[in-house]
Design a protein around this ligand. Structure first.
Ligand SMILES: Nc1ncnc2c1ncn2[C@@H]1O[C@H](COP(=O)(O)OP(=O)(O)O)[C@@H](O)[C@H]1O
Ligand SMILES: [Mg+2]
Length: 239
């Protein structure tokens, strides 16, 4: 256990119709850290994020934010506690404009007073979103939709942002842009939980990492250690 963890997860399990997707996962994130959870397709990464954010109900386990038990709270309440997620597949509102999507993200109680200032911050981060602010979100390219999903998460003034495979479906060049954005948000003081299949890039970016296989954490350590671990190199890095 880490002392003074911002987000602390203990024994979290998720099952769908009796089949176990997440099996007693424990992890902690300190304020200001960038940690990654890496694993193959089907390992349970999305289930982990969705159970933290209250979209999927856990069958057992405890999630604490700033020491307070938030297990089982509705997802809007979890957002109000400062946990934002950038969902896999983006989940933006296609029939609303770019700016309307962003303002929705900023409509939480915790964020409302700073809405316009945060909007300007997002537009500075993503010039492309400013250019397209009146355009319907459904007409954006995949990379632009990913920017919008990130922008919307930032609009909620989160303490921690959970990214679910931000690079999925993007070209190598755009993947690098997205990892760059994750890194720059972290440098601005936002705590990051990054969930990815891109093991090499995620470990290169993060402070610590956890390896998820079939719903269980099988290894964790500093990202440097994991990058030099021969099992990881063989199983995930093609070395
Ligand atoms: N809504 C669902 N209903 C039934 N099974 C699901 C559902 N979502 C995920 N699963 C299963 O749970 C396991 C973990 O899935 P998921 O959390 O999406 O993994 P990952 O994000 O790492 O690919 C997989 O076996 C997947 O088929
Ligand atoms: Mg997933």
């Amino acid at each position: 256990m880490l002392d003074g963890a911002l987000l602390s997860i203990d024994g979290l399990s998720v099952a769908y119709d009796g089949s176990i997707a997440l099996n007693g996962v424990s992890l902690q994130i300190r304020k200001g850290e960038l940690i990654c959870v890496v694993g193959a397709n089907g390992a349970g990464k999305t289930s982990l994020i969705r159970s933290i954010s209250g979209i999927v109900r856990s069958s057992s386990g405890v999630v604490k934010m700033n020491g307070a038990n938030i297990t089982g709270l509705p997802s809007w309440e979890i957002c109000e506690r400062g946990i934002a997620q950038v969902a896999e597949g983006r989940q933006i509102f296609g029939s609303l404009s770019v700016e309307e999507n962003l303002l929705l993200g900023g409509s939480l109680k915790r964020a409302k007073a700073h809405q316009l200032e945060t909007l300007e911050f997002v537009y500075q981060l993503f010039d492309r979103l400013r250019e397209r602010r009146r355009q319907l979100a459904g007409t954006l390219s995949g990379g632009e939709q990913q920017m919008l999903a990130i922008g919307r998460a930032i609009m909620s003034k989160p303490e921690i942002v959970m990214f679910d495979e931000p690079s999925i479906g993007l070209s190598p060049a755009l993947t690098d842009v997205m990892f760059g954005v994750v890194e720059s948000l972290h440098k601005q003081g936002i705590t990051v939980l990054l969930v990815e299949q891109n093991v090499a890039k995620s470990l290169a970016l993060s402070d610590r990492g956890y390896v998820l296989e079939n719903g269980s954490i099988v290894l964790h350590g500093s990202s440097h250690e994991l990058l030099n671990n021969s099992e990881i190199q063989r199983a995930y890095l093609g070395m």
